[in-house]
Design a protein around this ligand. Structure first.
Ligand code: ADP
Ligand code: MG
Length: 769
C-alpha cells in the first residue's frame, strides 16, 4: 500500500482518471494494447504509472516484475512528471526515476522510469524485446512526433515478439502497451490494421472535467504578435484579478524579448537558483532527442497567407477595444498596482533545471507570467494558471518535398492546438483565454489538426535512424501514418550515395555518426536566405532596417512623383543614393567571394565568419547587406552544432569560438569537396555538354538562361522537351555573373526552387538552382 499525504489524496480524488481506475486497469488486464484518451490535466501521466505500481507492476516477484516505462516527447516533461509521481508515491518515492539525454536517476530500486522517447528507441536498438520492461506507456501520442510514431510501430511488433518468447520461456513475460493521448485524433493507431495485428486496441476514455474558459478573440490579427502580447499581457496584469498567466509564443528569441520588456515595464521578482545532483551519462549513451536544435525564422511564411491581410493591422487599437475581455466580474478585484511580476521562460532549449522553475510556487505578492512555446500545450500542467494568451502560431518543422528544403517556420497552429492552449486556463478554476487572432482567421486559416511530423520531415533522417536501430526492412515498417514507399526507397538510395549505408543497406561508421546529429543528412545549407537580394536594394522598397513608418512615408512620396513625372532634385538624389548603394552592394559581394568567386557555399561561409568578428552584428549586417535575423540564427545554429560535435567527441573538439582564422587554400579545397559529397544527389550538367545534348538549342545570352539537366532527375519532367527538363542558375548565385560560355560543365546545388510566376503570362516559370 502507498501512504499518501492528505493533500495529495485530495488532489488525486479530483482527477477524472482516478475515477476510471477500475475500468482502465480492467482494460489493461484483458488486452495487450490499450489506448487512453483524457483531456490535458485529467491525470493520465501522473496517475496511470501509480495504478500499475499499486497493482504489482515493476515489483520483483510479482507476475509483472519488469519496469513500468513511460515515454515523453520532451525532456522537461520526463523530469517533472518523475518528480511529481515520486512525491505522490509517499514512502515509495525512490522507486521513481527518469532518464533523459546525458542524465539519469535510475537505480536498482527503480520501478517506474520516465524517459524521453529517444531514450527508449535507443534501448530498443540494444534489446529489441525490451525485456527490462513489463509495460510501456507512450504518452502524448496525439503530438505525433516522429519518435512517437516510430516507437508505436516498434512496440506493436515487440508485443508479438514477447508473446512468442514467453511461450518458449515462461520466465519471459508478455509486454503490455498503453498509448495515451490528449485529443481524440487516434484513429491512425486504433484503425490501422498493419499496426496491431490482434485487432483494434480498446479505447478507454477518462471523462475530462474542466472549469469553463472564456475565450476572447481579437477583433484584428496583428502581424507583430510579440508586441501585441506585450500590450495585452501588460494590460491584463494591471486590470485582472490574481492568477497566473501563460503566454504562448513560438521561440526563445521572442520569449527573451517579451521577458525583458515585461521586466522593464513592471517590478520583477528575484529568485535564487536551486541545483540538484544527477548522474551524468556519457555522450555516446545519449540518444537523439527532437529538441536538440531550435532554429528558423520568426516571420510568418508569407506564401499562401495573404488572405488574412484584410484582417491585419499595423497600428495600435483604440483603448475601448483593448479593454474587451479585461472587464472585472462581480466581486472581482484587480491586483494591487505594485504587484511584482514573476516572469519565467519555458522552452525546450532552456536547461531542464530552469524549465522546472515553473512548478515552484511564485514569491508572495507576485503574479507568475510564464512565457512558453508549445512545450506548455499538453505535456505540462502548470499550477495556478488562470489566464492564457495565445499568439496562435507555432514554429514547426516544414519540409518541401519538391525542393528538399527543410526549414522551421512560424505558421498557424491547428484548432485542436488552440483548444488545448485555451484549456490550460481552466485547470484550477474558471479562466480566460485571450487569442491574439480574430475568429475569422481561426476559421479560415487553422486546420483541424496538425499533420504528423513524419509527413513534414526529410525522410532520410528517419530512415537512417531506423537503420541504425537495426531495422532493415524500413519499407514494410508499420508506421501509424506511412510516408510514401517511393520516398522511402529514394531516401535509402541517397543514404547509400552519401556513404551512410552500404550497398546492402547496413549502416556504415559515417552513417552512425550522421545519425547522432539532429539534422537531415543534407540540411547543412538550409538556414534560409542570408543575403539581401540585389533587386531589393531600391530605396523605395523596404530595406532590412527601415522601420514601417518610413516605408509608408516613402511610398507616399513615390506615388506623388509618379503623378508629376518631372525629374526633380529629389529624384536626382534618389538616383545618386541608388547608385551608391548598388556600388556598396557590389563591394560587399566581392569581399565575401574573395576566396572563391564561383562558390555560393563558400560565400555564405565567408559572410558567417566575418559576422563572427563584428562587434555589432546588426550594424554589420546593415552595412554589408546581410539579413540580420538569418545571421543570428546561423550563429545560434553554429553554436549548437559545435556543442553537439563536442559532446559526441569528448576532448577532441575545441570550445565554440566566434572568430575563426581565414581558411587556407587547402581547407577551401576540402570544403568544396565536402559540399560536393554532401550534395551528391544534387548535381546538374550543362545541357549542351551532356552525353545526349538536346537538339538545336538556342544560344543563351545570359548565364541564368543556360539550361542544365539534373543527373538524378530530382525534377520529374516527363517530356523530351528541354523546356520541361531543364533547370537554371538562380540570379542570386555568383555563377549568374559569368558569361554563358564560362558556365561550368557541372554544378552542385543545394536545392531547386520554382521561380515565382513570370510577368509575361505565357512563360512557364523556370526551375532554378
Ligand atoms: P495529464 O497527463 O492527463 O495531462 P497530469 O497527470 O499531468 O495530467 O496532471 C494531473 C494533475 O496533477 C494536474 O491537473 C495537476 O493538478 C497535478 N499536477 C501535475 N504535475 C504537478 C506538479 N508538478 N505540481 C503540482 N501539481 C501537479
Ligand atoms: Mg500528460
Amino acid at each position: 500500500a502507498v501512504d499518501r499525504t492528505e493533500e495529495i489524496q485530495t488532489a488525486r480524488l479530483g482527477l477524472p482518471v482516478v475515477g476510471e481506475e477500475q475500468k482502465i486497469m480492467e482494460a489493461i488486464h484483458n488486452n495487450s494494447v490499450v489506448v487512453i484518451w483524457g483531456a490535458t490535466g485529467s491525470g493520465k501521466t501522473t496517475q496511470l504509472p501509480q495504478f500499475l505500481f499499486e497493482s504489482g507492476f515493476g515489483s520483483p516477484g510479482s507476475p509483472n516484475p519488469g519496469l513500468i516505462g513511460v515515454t515523453q516527447p520532451r525532456r522537461v516533461a520526463a523530469v517533472s512528471m518523475a518528480n511529481r509521481v515520486s512525491q505522490e508515491l509517499g514512502q515509495h518515492a525512490e522507486k521513481v526515476s527518469y532518464q533523459i539525454r546525458f542524465e539519469s536517476t535510475a537505480s536498482k530500486k527503480t520501478a517506474i522510469k520516465f524517459m524521453t522517447d529517444g531514450i527508449l528507441l535507443r534501448e530498443i536498438a540494444d534489446d529489441f524485446a525490451l525485456r527490462k520492461y513489463s509495460i510501456i506507456l507512450i504518452d502524448e501520442a496525439h503530438e505525433r512526433s516522429v519518435n512517437t510514431d516510430i516507437l508505436i510501430g516498434m512496440v506493436s511488433r515487440i508485443v508479438g515478439l514477447r508473446k512468442s518468447l514467453s511461450k518458449e520461456d515462461p520466465s519471459v513475460k508478455p509486454l503490455k502497451v498503453v498509448i495515451m493521448s490528449a485529443t481524440l485524433r487516434i484513429s491512425d493507431f486504433t484503425e490501422n490494421p498493419s499496426l496491431f495485428r490482434d485487432g483494434a486496441p480498446p479505447l478507454v476514455q477518462a471523462e475530462g472535467r474542466q472549469y469553463p474558459v472564456a475565450v476572447h478573440f481579437s477583433r484584428r490579427t496583428q502581424r507583430d504578435y510579440v508586441e501585441d502580447a506585450f500590450r495585452k499581457v501588460s494590460r491584463g496584469h494591471r486590470k485582472l484579478p490574481a492568477g497566473g498567466m501563460l503566454v504562448f509564443l513560438t521561440g526563445q528569441n521572442e520569449i527573451r524579448q517579451l521577458s525583458k520588456r515585461l521586466k522593464q515595464a513592471f517590478k520583477p521578482t528575484q529568485r535564487e537558483d536551486t541545483t540538484q545532483a544527477k548522474v551524468q551519462l556519457s555522450a555516446n549513451e545519449a540518444p537523439l532527442e527532437a529538441e536538440d536544435l531550435e532554429l528558423g525564422g520568426t516571420e510568418m511564411d508569407n506564401a499562401g497567407h495573404d488572405d488574412y491581410d484584410s484582417d491585419m493591422e499595423i497600428t495600435g487599437l483604440d483603448d475601448a477595444e483593448e479593454d474587451e475581455g479585461f472587464e472585472l466580474a462581480e466581486g472581482e478585484e484587480a491586483m494591487d498596482s505594485s504587484t511584482r511580476v514573476h516572469v519565467l521562460p519555458l522552452y525546450s532549449q532552456l536547461p531542464t533545471k530552469e524549465q522546472m522553475k515553473v512548478f515552484e510556487p511564485p514569491p508572495e505578492n507576485s503574479r507568475v507570467i510564464i512565457l512558453a512555446t508549445n512545450v506548455a500545450e499538453t505535456s505540462l500542467t502548470i499550477p495556478g494558471i488562470k489566464y492564457v494568451f495565445d499568439c496562435g502560431r507555432a514554429k514547426e518543422k516544414q519540409f518541401d518535398l519538391f525542393t528538399g528544403v527543410q526549414s522551421f517556420q512560424v505558421g498557424w497552429i491547428s484548432k485542436a492546438s488552440a483548444n488545448q492552449r485555451a484549456g490550460r486556463a481552466g485547470r484550477t478554476g474558471p479562466g480566460h483565454c485571450y487569442r491574439m487572432y480574430s475568429s475569422a482567421v481561426y476559421e479560415s486559416e487553422f486546420a483541424e489538426y496538425t499533420d504528423p511530423e513524419i509527413l513534414r520531415t526529410p525522410i532520410e533522417g528517419v530512415v537512417l535512424q531506423m537503420k541504425s536501430m537495426g531495422l532493415h526492412n524500413v519499407i514494410n515498417f508499420p508506421f501509424p501514418t506511412p510516408p510514401s514507399r517511393q520516398g522511402l526507397a529514394k531516401a535509402e538510395k541517397l543514404l547509400k550515395n552519401l556513404g551512410a549505408l552500404t550497398a546492402d543497406g547496413q549502416v556504415t561508421p559515417i552513417g552512425r555518426r550522421l545519425s547522432t546529429y539532429p539534422l537531415s543528412p543534407v540540411a547543412a545549407l538550409a538556414v534560409g536566405d542570408l543575403f539581401v537580394p540585389e533587386n531589393q536594394l531600391d530605396p523605395n522598397n523596404p530595406l532590412p532596417t527601415t522601420s514601417k513608418k518610413q516605408v509608408d512615408d516613402d511610398s507616399d512620396s513615390d506615388s506623388d512623383s509618379n503623378k508629376r513625372k518631372v525629374y526633380t532634385n529629389a529624384d536626382r538624389l534618389a538616383d545618386d543614393e541608388r547608385e551608391q548603394r548598388t556600388k556598396a552592394y557590389a563591394r560587399a559581394q566581392r569581399l565575401f567571394s574573395k576566396h572563391d568567386d564561383t562558390s555560393d557555399a563558400l560565400k555564405s561561409l565567408s559572410a558567417i565568419c566575418a559576422y563572427g568578428y563584428a562587434s555589432d552584428g546588426d550594424a554589420f549586417s546593415e552595412k554589408m547587406f546581410l539579413r540580420a535575423k538569418a545571421f543570428k540564427e546561423a550563429t545560434q545554429l553554429r553554436r549548437q552544432l559545435t556543442d553537439i560535435v563536442r559532446s559526441n567527441n569528448p576532448g577532441l573538439v575545441p570550445a565554440y569560438e566566434a572568430r575563426l582564422p581565414e581558411p587556407s587554400q587547402k581547407q577551401i579545397k576540402a570544403l568544396k569537396q565536402i559540399v560536393t559529397a554532401g550534395f551528391i544527389d544534387n548535381v546538374a550538367i550543362r545541357a549542351d555538354l551532356a552525353p545526349v545534348p538536346p537538339e538545336n538549342p538556342r544560344a543563351p545570352r545570359r548565364a541564368i538562361d543556360v539550361p542544365y539537366l539534373t543527373l538524378f532527375r530530382s525534377r520529374d519532367g516527363k517530356g523530351q522537351d528541354l523546356q520541361e527538363r531543364a533547370v537554371y542558375v538562380h540570379p542570386s548565385s555568383l555563377l549568374a555573373k559569368l558569361t554563358p560560355k564560362e558556365m561550368p560543365q557541372y554544378i552542385t546545388y543545394s536545392h531547386l526552387q520554382q521561380s515565382s510566376a513570370s510577368l509575361v503570362s505565357d512563360q512557364v516559370p523556370k526551375i532554378r538552382m
